[in-house]
Structure formats: C-alpha cells, structure tokens
Write a protein that binds this ligand. Sequence first.
Ligand code: AMP
Length: 430
Amino acid sequence: MPKGPRFQTPQGMHDVLPEDQPYIERISGVVKDVADFYGYARIDTPMLEDAALFEKGIGVTTDIVEKQMYFLRTKGGDVLAMRPEFTAGIARAYIQHGMINLPQPVKLYSTGPLFRHESPQAGRFRQFHQFDFEIFGEQSPANDAQIIQMFYAILRELKFSHLIIEVNSIGDSQCRPYYKKLLVNYLRPRQYSLCVDCRRRMKENPLRILDCKEEKCQRVRSQAPQIIDSLCDECKNHFKQLLEFLDEADLPYHLNPHLVRGLDYYTKTVFEIFVETEGDQGEGKTLALAGGGRFDTLVKLLGGKDVPATGAAAGMERIVSLLKEKQLFTPPTPQYRIFLAQLGDAAKKKSAKLLEEMRKAKLNVAESVGRDSLRAQLARADKLGAEFTLILGQREVLDNTIVIREMAKGTQETVKLEKVVEEVRKRLKK
Ligand code: AMP
C-alpha cells in the first residue's frame, strides 16, 4: 500500500487551503457589514483560557466540558483549555475590562477557531470556525430578536434559502427547577426506554434528554410535559414578545418545544437556524448552521455584576461547504490588465523597484520574475488576459525606457521609465 506523507493534520482538523479562502473572506465580509450596521464592535479573545472559566460558565455536566475540551497544563502549573465556544471568553473580557461602565448595551462580535474533541464526521470537526455576536446589558426580547434577525440576514445575504428558525424558551431560575421536577417525574417510570446517556442525564441534566437524537428517547419525549406550559409570568411574557418581534420582522420560525441547547448558561430564549439540504441518498435533511440564546446569569456566575445578555454563533465550515454544494458563490478570479516582463539580469533587478512603484500607484500588475524567456512571459501575460505587457530589456535599462506592448494588436511603443505609471494609466482609461 502506498504510504501517505509522514505528517498529516490531526484527526478532525483541516487546513484552510487557498481555494477556500475566498469563501471565508466572503462570509467574513458579510458578517462585518452586518456587524457594522447594527453597531457591534469586534473583540478577539485568546484561544486558551483558564479551564475553570468554561467549567463554571458552560457547566461541568455538559457534553462540551465533560467530553470535548482540550486541556493543557502550562509549565507554571496552570490548567488552560482551548476555547470550545466564544461566549464564556467574551463574558470574561466584559468583566475584566470593566465594560459594565460603558454605555449599555455593549455589543460585541468575534470570529475565529474553536476546539471540541468530538467524533469527526461530515460537517463536524475538532477545530472549526464560528462567527459570534453578543449583546450585554439589556434584557429586552428585542435584543434576542435582533440577534436572530442578524443571523438570518447574514445567511440570506449569502444567498441561502430554505432556512428554518427554531425557537423555544427554557425559562429561568424561577420556573425551570419546577419544570425539571415535572419532567423527571414523567421520565422516571420510563427510564428503561431511554438510552444509557439519557439515563445518566436524568440526574445531571434532564433537559438534555429532550434533544437526544436517539429514536427511543425521541419516542419517550413526544408525550413529555412541555416547558412552555410551566414558564413563570416573566418568562412567558418575554417569549410572547419575542415571537411578536419575529412575526413583525417576517422571520420564518417554528416553535420547537424540544430545543434546549447543550449549555447550562442559557435562560429564556434559545434558538437555532437550520437549512434544508440533501442527504447522501438524496433524502431531505436539515443541517444546523447557527444557534444561541439568552444568558442572563453568566456574567454574575463568572464573578461580574448581574448583567443580562444574549447572543449566538454560526459555523463557518458548514456554510462554506453549502456555498460550494449549492453553488451560491463563485470565487472571483484575479484580474490583471498589466503584465511586467523582463529580459536579462539588470532588467530583472530594476523590475523589483518598478513593481513596488506600480503597487503604490494602485496598478494591478502581474509578473513572473523567476522566468527568463520573453516568449514564456508573453504566453503567461496572454493566459492572464493582460491588455498590456511592459517589457524591460537590456537596451531599455541602459536608456531608462520601457516598452508598452498592446497585447491584442501586438503593437509596441517605447516610453520614458519615469513616465510609465502615467502612460499606463492613460492607456487603461481608453
Ligand atoms: P454550537 O456552538 O454548538 O451551538 O454551534 C453553533 C454552530 O456552530 C452549529 O450550528 C454549527 O454550524 C457549528 N458547529 C458546532 N460544532 C461544530 C463542529 N464540531 N464542527 C463544525 N461546525 C460546528
């Protein structure tokens, strides 16, 4: 069997190759435009944080913290974790930098890599990228609606159709404990019909049983009491208002009583955005692109003041692969109207300075400074579709001139080297 290269990317991690960069740039461009319009400032937090930040913030019994975090012990003995999500780090930064003293709300966004030790499969990686938006300091359902609207707008701007927004409320510390009891009372006599993981979740995190993907658990949950019926007045009101905002904004949403999201810090609103796609056998499938919700207790839990917040994140890789699969974006091919060719050592040396001059003049010039033959260079200029080739030969170097060749006609003109930028500009305008 032929052996592959000795070193490969670690399992579940991938290189973002040059051909994928235009897709990332396109997504990042749309994200930045939407962030700028809605007044979100960019923040970048470290990829490594104190592991306890995630344990405390996300919760020790969640899948992310329990099974998926990458840990690292520093030489000084600190235990750090590779960030598995953005929110806890951004909330830490909000507290650390006293952002509570700024006019509220504080609206922040970020993009970058995250790390989760999950079993790799299609659309699921161990290092992946997200963009993330958070609002701190306001409790209005209008903020939740704005976040949902922004994610929807970004995906629509990227030309996605067949998007489905699913929303739910998981209550707060007033009503959720009561609901948990109701749920456990319902599940207890049925626990042997649940998967092994869910039987364990009964004690630690019974809400997660509601979004288990196992068929037998889904059968049990279909008759389970719904949290919506147990919400306290405040949560009920918040949810009702959120739905009114979504209606008013014409956002296509479904209520999903089983949507709970995996993390402990959520309160009230939770949502996910899915897209309809085709499975391997051509069957209809939905794929999660974005998810988030309100997290009113997180800042306090991490040692800050009582600051309500809401936010969400979306996965870049899934968006990139769908942009390709659905042919929603064609990477632009670079356009070069000018090519610089050179002949001989002296010309080669001079062309380095000339290229820099062209760059400063914002002229887009292609070159092939490693090649010697003029024929090869002209062929390259043709291939790139250049309209003009500048030829710097031995004679021109001595005379301080340069030849401008019009590629379509094959005509050539010699001009003074110091006038080349001006002369090229004149011809490009014609
Ligand atoms: P989450 O932070 O788990 O709510 O995920 C938000 C979005 O990030 C998902 O809807 C996916 O698009 C993306 N995502 C989450 N986990 C992964 C992963 N392991 N690999 C690739 N994308 C992911």
